[in-house]
Design a protein around this ligand. Structure first.
Ligand code: MRU
Length: 347
């Protein structure tokens, strides 16, 4: 399996530099929160779960390199550095959810000696790596079952958007995990992935993963989707999420909303596959989700070469919000539920 994130307490934290894929596969070492911030902001690592895991492992590496006179000093440093880290990319909720959890863990254990408290934080980050893979496999299983239930055909054709696979998570993936599960069961006829303009996570990363795993697949560009739905009997569209509000409204990669609108027009089921770490139960609806704006060059250039006319300004939002009404079900590690029933999964 492709590994976007490699961690061991001895050799430290290494990430696969996703800006270099698919041309070359190179790992870089991250030693502290400044390294983690830069890797997340520049998208050397991306995908909501992967961002959170790399953030927590960067914190663990930073704490290992520092000494503190008392636990309160360590907790105050954690709080300040995590606030900074969370400004790297604002839309995905996983990083701020994880930051809140690790701070609560540290505050609940403030009476421990510094060395033991530090180990608790390191273990929290290591556990996230493992839990994410387990959650993704469960999402894959629930997703494959949900699709089998509604599809008359034995072998299905699935369209996905952006990259939600091993590269966007600790491994296996969410929406791409559903595709992997269908393939493993022999129920996948074809996976279609969009190019995902402007930054091409589909053609650079998802296409790479699909080929790497030998999954039958076709790449389409984003403007081909209506024709694809009209001509190719697509069984379902499955996408990931960066932040799901309590009512099921879902922020995901720009272009997701228009896919959902097309799915409704063609009567194709539209699924969001996401772990509960991507759900923001504090937000009642998607109206409050902050949409990240990315640099103009990511739209105007491809591979560092300018393709847009000189002098034109660009509007480059990285995500959009799909209203819950367009979503058939949200597939989580606890099962697939209609968006309106998401609150039943809150722990
Ligand atoms: O800008 P990116 O590449 O981080 O956007 C990624 C997505 O939108 C994914 O669909 C989402 O993070 C889920 S990844 C399991």
């Amino acid at each position: 399996m492709l590994e976007a994130i490699k961690y061991s307490p001895d050799s430290g934290l290494h990430i696969l530099d996703q800006l270099l894929l698919p041309k070359s596969s190179e790992y870089i070492k991250l030693c502290n929160i400044d390294d983690g911030f830069k890797a997340i902001k520049t998208m050397q690592v991306r995908g909501a779960p992967a961002i959170a895991i790399v953030g927590m492992l960067s914190l663990a590496e930073e704490l290992k390199s520092l000494s503190f006179t008392c636990s309160d000093e360590m907790i105050s440093r954690m709080s300040q550095r995590l606030s900074y880290l969370c400004t790297s990319r604002p839309t995905a909720v996983n990083l701020s959810n994880a930051s809140q959890q690790v701070l609560t863990l540290a505050r609940d254990n403030r009476d421990l000696p510094v060395s033991e408290l530090r180990m608790k934080v390191v273990n929290f980050a290591i556990d996230m790596l493992k839990k994410d893979v387990d959650d993704n496999k469960a999402i894959g299983q629930f997703g494959a079952e949900a699709i089998a239930k509604i599809c008359a055909t034995k072998r299905v054709r699935i369209l996905t958007h952006c990259n939600t696979g091993s590269l966007a998570t600790a491994g296996y993936g969410t929406a791409l995990g559903v595709i992997r599960s269908l393939h493993k069961k022999g129920s996948l006829e074809m996976a279609y992935c969009t190019e995902t303009r402007p930054y091409n996570q589909g053609s650079r990363l998802t296409a790479y993963e699909l080929v790497y795993d030998g999954i039958p697949s076709n790449l389409v560009c984003d403007s081909m989707v209506a024709l694809l739905l009209q001509k190719k009997s697509i069984s379902a569209i499955v996408v990931g999420a960066d932040r799901v509000a309590a009512n099921g409204d879902t922020a995901n990669k720009i272009g997701t909303f228009q896919l959902a609108i097309m799915a409704q027009y063609f009567n194709v089921p539209f699924y969001v596959a996401a772990p509960l770490t991507s759900v923001d139960f504090k937000l009642n609806s998607g109206d409050g989700i902050v949409i990240e704006q990315r640099p103009e060059e990511e739209l105007a250039c491809i591979g560092g070469v300018r393709i847009a006319a000189e002098g034109i300004s660009c509007w480059n939002p990285a995500f959009d919000v799909t209203p819950a009404a367009l979503i058939t079900a949200i597939i989580t590690e606890k099962g697939a539920v209609a968006p309106g029933n998401l609150l039943t999964l809150k722990t």
